[in-house]
Design a protein around this ligand. Structure first.
Ligand code: SF4
Ligand code: SF4
Length: 76
């Protein structure tokens, strides 16, 4: 489990679906563009495991958590 202070990630639950990135980018930039989101979802090697992180621009609004159906991200 990783925590940024405002957000907590449970990377072990992440499926890499990218719903969180779509929700964040649309909320913050009005575009569905994962690369513009304030989360990073990185595949670990070539496995089906992912590492979830948040950029320094994340304000902890929690919108992304509403679209993660795998309990991989949480706002505090
Ligand atoms: S908490 Fe808000 S700003 Fe941070 S990654 Fe989620 S949607 Fe984006
Ligand atoms: S954190 Fe949740 S919404 Fe984001 S890619 Fe992982 S499983 Fe999907």
């Amino acid at each position: 489990m990783a925590s940024t202070g405002q957000m907590t990630a449970r990377s072990e639950n992440c499926t890499g679906c990218l719903m969180c990135q779509l929700a964040c980018s649309f909320t913050k930039t009005s575009e569905f563009s994962p690369s513009k989101s304030f989360l990073s979802i990185e595949r670990i090697d070539k496995s089906e495991r992912y590492e979830v992180g948040f950029t320094e621009d994340c304000d902890g609004c929690g919108v992304c958590t509403q679209y993660c159906y795998y309990d991989a991200i949480e706002s505090e």
